[in-house]
Design a protein around this ligand. Structure first.
Ligand code: AMP
Ligand code: MG
Length: 510
């Protein structure tokens, strides 16, 4: 233990005995700090300035725990690809404590890859450097895109090789989360018939994440509805940027509504709703277009755990739970429409009529159909549409948009509808200044830079194979300014060669 600049206040360890196992990280033989998120450290109010490189490496490899840390492995269960595992838990992760950030929000500080815990089953409890840096890149990209996410605070190399087929450099990731409460945490206790602990967990989750819910008889139903709404918002955000989580098991669905567990996730390039990258997702359960339905399925599993808390009468409780989960569809549709309107440059229409909403849904769906027919790059197509707005809503032949969507008559017909819909906001013909403002708005809703798979792999290979972190750092810098049009970022804006994407596979649990 040493003075470290963390001021811990560990509510989970304090309030929820029986929900975890106290456990220690395994020391690393030759720790080295490879990444430190200075902006996040600042946001957390950490004072790391007095620590030298060796102390930072010891701290983030788990060799020297900060003062006040109480490392615990959390218990949870989960449905993995639809099959229930009553016991998963932190097999290679430890919650080391909680801090209050500069905004007063409670944040978990956790290690991943810090050695096996009693939940490790047959796993080695370790993590390889490449996947931990991958979590940094994708998580920071999501954050820069304004999407709720857990974030990486640091990555330390352990100096130890981990066996992943071939030996790979080992690493520990320090992850920051609103909390690590998952749907699977509720399932762990519900599966054991321990309804008192489910209630205790719900009370904890409400106090921590949904404190505005009024107490009363409907408290747990309101909690369920609130979790449903946040997941609907989150998945709509994912769909808006082409993010495919890849392993939406119930143990990877966060109760506060953050994106968590960056394993086989990847961003789509050519627009195809059936896109899957994960090597083990044989049947496409977690394909891009399935994500809303899977989120709702997972929420139904959460609802099942809460049934005994919802009403005395079993039938009534089930009806309430079902109604709350059914509410996902309308919540998601509203969030998706809001996302699409922002991307299309349409002003937020808070109180639009059903007809107006239906017309905008059709406009968005028909645009996506154009992209799908051309297998156009999802990110570029939206960005080029912003350019078309900048040109007064026209995409003349030969423009970047026309090159991406070769069916010129279909494109022209769709653009005419979109142009009319935009101009209607100005009450008729929109002046050039209005188009320029719309284009600027669209460029803030449609990123130029996403973590493209070939660039991510290139950066990780350099770090993992050659110890060269420069490509990782350059990519990270570009991902942190996703909406900017900088010439030096041009290489990160280009899609991979079609052959690369067609054969691209991602992996879990690495
Ligand atoms: P994930 O697919 O990463 O969400 O992990 C699912 C479960 O497997 C969790 O209980 C993890 O703690 C566990 N797990 C994954 N990789 C390892 C590992 N290398 N050692 C121990 N447990 C692991
Ligand atoms: Mg997980």
């Amino acid at each position: 233990m040493f003075k470290s600049g963390f001021t811990f206040d560990n509510s989970y360890a304090r309030d929820l005995p029986g929900f975890y196992v106290p456990w220690q990280p395994q020391p690393a033989p030759a720790p080295r700090l490879l990444f430190l998120n200075a902006a996040l450290a600042e946001e957390l109010g950490l004072d790391l300035a007095s620590l030298d490189a060796g102390q930072l490496a010891d701290l983030f490899a788990g060799n020297a725990l900060p003062d006040g840390a109480e490392p615990i492995a959390q218990a949870y269960a989960g449905h993995q690809f639809g099959g229930f595992s009553p016991q998963l838990g932190d097999g290679r992760a430890l919650l080391i404590g909680e801090v209050l950030d500069r905004h007063g929000a409670r944040r978990d500080i956790a290690f991943k890859g810090s050695g096996p815990t009693p939940f490790a089953r047959r796993g080695d409890g370790k993590a390889a450097l490449g996947p931990m840096l991958r979590e940094v890149l994708i998580g920071e990209a999501m954050h820069a895109l304004g999407i709720p996410t857990t974030r990486a605070l640091a990555v330390a190399g352990t100096g130890e090789a981990v066996a992943r087929g071939a030996p790979l450099p080992g690493a520990v990731l320090t992850r920051v989360a609103a909390s690590h409460l998952r749907v699977g945490t509720f399932q762990f206790f519900a599966a054991r018939g321990d309804h008192d602990r489910v209630r205790q967990l719900a009370d904890y989750a409400i106090a921590r994440h949904y404190p505005d819910l009024a107490s009363g008889t409907a408290l747990y139903l309101d909690f369920l509805r609130a979790v449903v709404r946040r997941q609907a918002e989150l998945v709509a955000c994912w769909m808006g940027v082409g993010f495919i989580h890849g392993v939406m098991n119930t143990d990877n669905m966060s109760i506060p509504g953050e994106t968590i567990d960056y394993g086989p996730c990847a961003f789509m390039e050519a627009y195809d709703p059936g896109t899957v990258f994960s090597s083990i997702d044989e049947y496409g359960r977690y394909a891009y277009a399935n994500q809303p339905a899977i989120a709702q399925w997972n929420l139904a599993r959460l609802a099942e755990t809460l049934v005994p808390l919802l009403a005395e009468d079993g039938g009534e409780a089930v009806a309430l739970a079902t109604g709350a989960v059914d509410g996902f569809v309308a919540d998601y549709q509203a969030c998706w429409l809001a996302t699409m309107r922002a991307k299309l440059g349409l002003a937020a229409v808070g109180n639009s009529t059903e007809d107006e909403a239906a017309a905008d849904v059709a406009l968005a769906a028909d645009w996506l159909a154009l992209l799908q027919a051309a297998r156009a790059d999802f990110t570029l197509a939206w960005r080029h549409l912003a350019d078309a707005a900048g040109a007064g809503g026209v995409a003349a032949g030969g423009t970047a948009l026309a090159a991406l969507l070769p069916d010129q008559s279909a494109l022209a017909a769709w653009l005419a509808r979109w142009r009319a819909r935009c101009a209607a906001e100005e009450g008729g013909d929109a002046p050039a200044a209005a188009w320029a403002a719309r284009a600027a708005r669209m460029r803030r809703a449609n990123p130029r830079i996403i973590p493209r798979n070939h660039r991510v792999e290139e950066a990780l290979a350099a770090a993992s194979d050659r110890g060269d972190l420069a490509p990782f750092e350059a990519l990270l810098a570009a991902l942190r300014r996703p909406y900017d049009e900088r010439p030096e970022d041009a290489r990160y804006a280009e899609p991979a060669a079609a052959g690369f994407t067609a054969s691209y596979q991602t992996f879990c649990g690495t």
